[in-house]
Ligand binder design. Structure first.
Ligand SMILES: *Cc1c(COP(=O)(O)O)cnc(C)c1O
Length: 501
């Protein structure tokens, strides 16, 4: 032990990080350690543990940006210590956010006068944007009902059952009933006719999705606007529309400029979009834009006297970073309309390559549409032996993260795999993924299936082979292994529905 005594006595700063006692001993996990550790050791320990996270670039589950140009990374790091809310101190950052709001409002065809400023705000993401838009609708509706002397305690929102989870959050947190239009086989978005049927005097808005999370499909906002105008005229209500364009807001203007889904439609009063999805910024930014000042009730805006200046704010949070706002501004001016259009076209082409590759295998039904958000959602044609969850699991071994999930009501029996095509998903990767999916299919084909075992007459066909009393008796190892996985998956599956981002 003489040796270790000598080494522990020498200056710790000369020790190899990996041989230092900080890395040799384990740290307490759930309590703050008593003592400090050197910065190199802290860095190494955290860096090493994070190696076990998935690779964001191969995370095909997410719409959220995983690559930006190094010049923008530099701007982000330079602003990492700026609190966005200090508008007095960082007036230029505030100005950049206002420019972004105006650029996006124009992109969405807000009916603005020549020098009229757009009404909108930068948020942490579409979720915060949706909370704010929802609150504005709720307050407007309440004010109107109060003025008419009518009850205002049962507000509801009409959406498709394919809504993203943040709408369920809004409904629960802010006590608004969510009236969902059910889906059906082969039709996985909100049917405008059925949506309008659900509208009543307590409906604060109908929320349409431009780019359904489940299959990328654009809902027919134009038709919804038409039907709702008719219903409003008949009933005397003035039920408005919100468009959740979290992913489609930066797709449609570039790929389908003729498509009318935005403020060109008179009932569309607010729109949200995720800057961190096809706005091409890293996680942490979204936008909500209102059609006009009248659509954002003044009483929701806080005017703070902050260090001597009037500062209007309408957000849920106070402090936040500035980097994402700056990064959004970078993308808007760096790429311009031309640049965004190029990138979106490229994503669309890569989605086609992937789709055609999958179709060639002959094993999948394609559930996504060609003219939506660039993603490919697909399900197995034959799921008698293996299901989509297994394909997803096996792809993980190649590094690919491809989610599998079941559709919401009334299409729960449909399970899909979904690959989101982002800017950084190159043609090479698309082709590679097709090859790896083929390999996975071959591997799965070679595996025994529990149903095959049943067909051979060894086991009952129904339910699981595992028996509460007999356990796994009379099973081969591979059958046991498959069965254990099945049992666990049956627990997990229930919670997988709808939880893709
Ligand atoms: C991603 C998404 C959201 C939530 O957006 P965040 O920016 O992640 O908060 C809401 N609606 C739709 C349709 C989405 O795709």
């Amino acid at each position: 032990m003489v040796l270790s005594k000598t080494s522990s006595q020498s200056d710790v700063s000369v020790h190899s990080t990996f041989a230092s006692r900080y890395v040799r001993n384990s740290l307490p996990r759930f309590r703050m350690p008593e003592n400090s550790i050197p910065k190199e050791a802290a860095y190494q320990i955290i860096n090493d543990e994070l190696m076990l996270d998935g690779n964001p670039r191969l995370n095909l589950a997410s719409f959220v940006t995983t690559w930006m140009e190094p010049e923008c990374d530099k701007l982000i790091m330079a602003a990492i210590n700026k609190n966005y809310v200090d508008m007095d101190e960082y007036p230029v950052t505030t100005e950049l956010q206002n420019r972004c709001v105006n650029m996006i409002a124009h992109l969405f065809n807000a009916p603005l006068g020549e020098s009229e400023a757009a009404v909108g705000v930068g948020t942490v993401g579409s979720s915060e944007a949706i909370m704010l838009a929802g609150l504005a609708f709720k307050r407007k509706w309440q004010n109107k009902r109060k003025a008419e002397g009518k009850p205002y305690d049962k507000p509801n929102i009409v959406t498709g059952a394919n809504v993203q989870v943040c709408w369920e959050k809004f409904a629960r947190y802010f006590e608004v009933e969510l009236k969902e239009v059910k889906l059906r086989d082969g039709y996985y978005v909100m049917d405008p006719e059925k949506a309008v049927e659900l509208v009543d005097e307590n409906t604060i808005c109908v929320a349409a999705i431009l780019g359904s999370t489940l299959n990328g499909e654009f809902e027919d906002v134009k038709r919804l606007n038409e039907l709702l105008e008719k219903k409003n005229a008949e009933t005397g209500w003035d039920t408005p529309i919100h468009v959740d364009a979290a992913s489609g807001g930066f797709i449609a203007p570039f790929l389908y400029p003729e498509l009318e889904w935005d403020f060109r439609l008179p009932l569309v009063k607010s729109i949200n979009v995720s800057g961190h999805k096809y706005g091409l910024v890293y996680a942490g930014i979204g936008w909500v834009i209102w059609r006009s000042k009248e659509d954002l009730p003044e009483e929701l805006i806080f005017h703070i006297n902050y260090l001597g200046a009037d500062q209007p704010t309408f957000t849920l949070n106070f402090s936040k970073g500035s980097s994402q706002v700056i990064a959004q501004y970078y993308q808007l001016i760096r790429l311009g309309f031309e640049g965004y259009q190029n990138i979106m076209e490229n994503c669309q082409e890569n989605a086609m390559v992937l789709k055609e590759g999958l179709e060639k295998t002959g094993r999948f039904n394609i559930v996504s549409k060609d003219n939506g958000v660039p993603l490919v959602a697909f399900s197995l044609k034959d799921r008698s032996l293996h299901d989509e969850f297994e394909v997803s699991e096996y792809l993980r071994r190649f590094g690919w993260i491809v989610p599998a999930y079941t559709m919401p009501a009334d299409a729960q029996h449909v399970t899909v795999l979904r690959v989101v095509i982002r800017e950084d998903f190159s043609r090479t990767l698309a082709e590679r993924l097709v090859l790896d999916i083929q390999k996975v299919l071959h591997e799965l084909d070679a595996l025994p299936s529990k149903l095959m075992a049943a067909a051979e007459g060894k086991k009952p066909a129904a339910n699981h082979l595992w028996h509460p009393h007999n356990g796994f008796a009379n099973m081969t190892d591979i059958e046991k292994q498959r069965e254990v996985t099945e049992v666990w998956k049956s627990f997990v599956r229930e919670r997988k529905t709808n939880r893709v981002c």
